[in-house]
Write a protein that binds this ligand. Structure first.
Ligand code: GLU
Length: 463
């Protein structure tokens, strides 16, 4: 059977890190096995689902490149299909009408709790076969009362559940709307799903769902329940730990491939390998090497992975990818060579595309934005006198290359008896506004002679 997997988000929030990892593992398996990746929007919680979240989830998936082969299917558009499947279960004796009132059920539940028993539907209507249309009713699934249902999980192994512990679940409410566990199964059956990869918060639903696959005579899919992602304090990952939505990482300047790489490794391993291209991931991915224990989200490691992926890009490509971040900095250019050289000089130090744009900003401004502390320390009377000497020497350097500039600086060091740092730091402040920057010769060469001299003069004359 061809592999068919689905990602089934509920559109009650943006695509978050956990959801993206679930989507990725499904997508990887489909790509690896030559199968289909289906997007299903589980929007039956009409109070909390919004179109905005549907759009945002799809935006996040598109940005990551997790494109779906089928869908999006929307559960709210499939009500007729669910009703037809309820009818089928009724016809075949696998479901029944239950006329117990809310008051009766509450009383029974309270009595069970008092007696120290697990509250569970007592089966009053199970075998009565009632068909009274004049009174309100719900439809329940007729679950076996004996035996064991075993969840065969690709990650956790076999997990047995006693059928007598499982309830006769309501599958259709009194207002004619189907319930969650039922719609999932009908969708998986009609969409011919072969593998269900989802968060392990769904594990307790799985035995009930297996009973329903059985009732539909559908081969039970392979299950893989993924352990949760936690923050550094071992609590559920939340905004307190890090940005949690995928689009936030896009806006912070992470590369989609880097985020996918990080998420792939968050709970799955392939020997010691840390850095994966998409093709590597597709080739290497398997459910067998997904870990059983919860994964800890580590923002520093994500930064490192992002840096490794930034390193793989050529200068021109990287510059192009930084354009939206330059725009945020208010920086535009007409000289592409200049922009590429600027990016080349800053790329090693940067963790994100946003870092690159921020760090490169000084190259493009008309007037240097000075950091007050650096000014106080280095643009002193002595510092300015040094800058004047440097300025005068630089006028003579030709061609104005990093090499020639470096040679001129070395001469100045020898002549003045000062350390290189005493010359370089005031220069950095004059050129960049602060003391953190790429090498001074490189910065000067990129800026060119004219701008360099102008910035040195401006610093000398700064009040
Ligand atoms: N809609 C469910 C969720 O967002 C997914 C259910 C499933 O994958 O079976 O958690």
């Amino acid at each position: 059977m061809t592999c068919r997997v689905r990602f089934a988000p509920s559109p009650t929030g943006h695509l978050h890190i956990g959801g993206a990892r679930t989507a990725l593992y499904n997508w990887l398996l489909a790509r690896k096995l030559g199968g289909k990746f289906i997007l299903r929007v589980e929007d039956t919680d009409t109070e909390r689902s919004t179109q905005e979240y549907v759009d945002s989830i799809m935006d996040g998936m598109r940005w990551l490149g997790l494109l779906w082969d089928e869908g999006p299917y929307h559960q709210m558009e499939r009500m007729d299909i669910y009703r037809a499947h309820v009818d089928q279960l009724m016809r075949e004796g696998n479901a029944y009408r239950c006329y117990c009132t809310v008051e009766e059920l509450t009383a029974k539940r309270e009595a069970a709790q008092k007696a120290g028993q697990k509250p569970k539907y007592d089966g009053t209507c199970r075998d009565l076969n009632l068909q009274d249309d004049s009174r309100p009713y719900v439809i329940r699934f007729k679950a076996p009362t004996k035996g064991t249902t075993v969840v065969h999980d690709a990650i956790r192994g076999d997990i047995p559940f006693e059928n007598k512990e499982l309830d006769d679940l309501i599958i259709m409410r009194g207002n004619n709307t189907p319930t969650y566990n039922f719609t999932v199964v009908v969708d998986d059956v009609t969409m011919k799903i072969t593998h269900v990869i989802r968060g392990d918060d769904h594990l307790n639903n799985t035995p009930r769902q297996i009973l329903m696959y059985n009732a539909f005579n559908y081969p039970v899919p392979t299950f893989a329940h993924l352990p949760m992602i936690l923050g550094s304090d071992k609590k559920k990952l939340s905004k307190r730990h890090a940005a949690t939505s995928v689009v936030a990482y896009r806006d912070l300047g992470y590369l989609p491939e880097a985020l996918l790489n990080y998420l792939a490794r968050l709970g799955w391993s392939h020997g010691d390998q840390e850095i994966f291209s998409l093709m590597d991931m597709i080739e290497a991915f398997d459910l067998e090497h997904v870990g059983k224990s919860a994964a800890i989200f580590d923002p520093d490691k994500l930064n490192w992975v992002n840096q490794q992926h930034i390193k793989k890009l050529g200068d021109a490509e990287l510059t192009h990818m930084c354009v939206p971040f330059f725009q945020k900095e208010g920086v535009a250019w007409d000289n592409q060579e200049f922009a590429i050289a600027a990016v080349r000089s800053e790329r090693e130090r940067a963790k994100t595309l946003a870092d690159i744009a921020k760090q490169c900003r000084f190259y493009f401004v008309d007037q240097v934005e000075y950091d007050p502390a650096s000014v106080e320390k280095w643009l002193t009377a002595d510092g300015k006198a040094l800058l004047q000497k440097i300025h005068d020497r630089m006028t003579q350097v030709e061609p104005f290359t990093a090499e020639a500039i470096g040679a001129a600086f070395k001469e100045l060091v020898t002549e003045s008896g000062l350390k290189m740092v005493s010359l370089a730091q005031p220069c950095r402040v004059a050129l960049c506004g602060c003391t953190v920057s790429p090498g001074v010769y490189e910065v000067m060469a990129i800026l060119g002679k004219e701008k360099t001299l102008k910035r040195l003069t401006a610093a000398i004359n700064k009040s």
